[in-house]
Design a protein around this ligand. Structure first.
Ligand code: IPM
Ligand code: MG
Length: 352
């Protein structure tokens, strides 16, 4: 398997180092390559997703991605901003299905923003559509009839876009507790009404899955009121972006959530759901666990190596159960120490 490592900006490089340590322990037959992406690529080449990086990404079986975003480049033209690198990769590689699992780790109930008894029930998967919606619709600024500036971003979903993400979500539900909640805003948005109609059509092919629908405002509320009610949630790009950040705090820290971005084939891009966290970059305090868990998802989905994925997840759970905590969870372990703890948990598995 050819893996491309795209560390990116901010804390990306330092957490990538820890994922590489974990990969090294597993001693799998993989080849690694690296390339610049995001602000780092813009600084070096004038573009956040240079052709060389895109070519390497297309040639890779899987991409492990750190984070992009750099306040130094907040004011460059939109198409050159660091964030365009990840959006460009998602579009160019057809990575339409974003899986964002959120599960409470034993021992972390007290770290959740929710009461422990509410938080302990969390075991959900957000399936976020990643190639459409306002993210990729026509956008711009224009002048209104009365001379004001006006910004616009078109929200649109075609039925084939909804259908393919619905299939991913129904299949995911079949592999879990067979409950799927489709989140939309069909009481207001035409895009959402079509979304809902198509999801209902697709449901006919999955009689074993119980489908429900929820408006996104209610979903945001239910996610903190009673997150244990959710099994699989399927939603559009924008709602999924927001709800997945919210879900992360329900399990204790945004530094714990991994994600897989999948195409129709086996190729995928794997990244923590958090960003580049420029405020803590270079300080050695970033939580590397979401990055390490993203590697597990990579091995599972693109590598077909469930055993290695499960080993990593077990090691991370062990480290957390043992009380290892970084600053994000009120502890004092740094990035390297947390990575070392996972490595040693893995080594103990091998010898135990
Ligand atoms: C995410 C991020 C990205 C998004 C940004 C960096 C463009 O917030 O992956 O959730 O909005 O999709
Ligand atoms: Mg986000």
């Amino acid at each position: 398997m050819k893996i491309l490592l795209l560390a990116g900006d901010g804390i990306g490089p330092e957490i990538m180092v820890e994922a590489e340590k974990v990969l090294a322990v597993l001693a799998l037959p993989v080849t690694l390559d690296r390339a610049l992406v995001g602000g780092a690529a813009y600084a070096a080449t004038g573009h956040p997703l240079p052709p060389e990086t895109l070519d390497k990404a297309k040639a890779a079986d899987a991409i492990l991605f750190g984070a992009v975003g750099d306040p130094r480049f907040d004011n460059v033209e939109r198409h050159l901003r660091p964030e365009q690198a990840i959006l460009g990769l998602r579009a160019a590689l057809g990575l339409f299905a974003n899986l964002r699992p959120a599960k409470m780790f034993a021992g972390l109930e007290d770290a959740s923003a929710l009461r422990p008894e509410v938080a302990s029930a969390i075991d959900l998967l957000i399936v976020r559509e990643l190639n459409g919606d306002v993210y990729f619709g026509e956008k711009g600024t224009r002048t209104t009839a009365d001379g004001q500036r006006e910004g616009y971003d078109v929200m649109a979903y075609s039925e084939s876009e909804v259908r393919r993400i619905a299939h991913v979500a129904f299949r995911a539900a079949q592999g879990r507790n067979k409950r799927l909640c489709s989140v939309d805003k069909a009481n207001v948005l035409e895009t959402s009404q079509l979304w809902r109609d198509v999801v209902i059509e697709v449901a006919a092919e999955y009689p074993d899955v119980t489908l429900t629908h929820m408006y996104v405002d209610n979903a945001a509320m239910q996610l903190v009121r009673n997150p244990g009610q959710f099994d699989v949630v399927v939603t559009g790009n924008l709602f999924g972006d927001i709800l997945s950040d919210q879900a992360s705090m329900c399990v204790g820290s945004i530094g714990l959530l991994a994600s897989a971005s999948l195409s129709e084939g086996k190729q995928g891009l794997y990244e923590p759901i958090h960003g580049s966290a420029p405020d803590i970059a270079g300080k050695g305090v970033a939580n590397p666990l979401a990055m390490i868990l993203s590697l597990a998802m990579l091995l599972r989905h693109s590598g077909g190596d469930e055993a290695s994925a499960a080993r990593i997840e077990t090691a991370v759970a062990k480290v957390l159960a043992d009380g290892c905590r970084g600053a994000d969870l009120g502890g004092d372990m740094g990035t390297t120490a947390l990575g070392d703890a996972v490595v040693s948990a893995l080594n103990n598995q091998t010898h135990g």
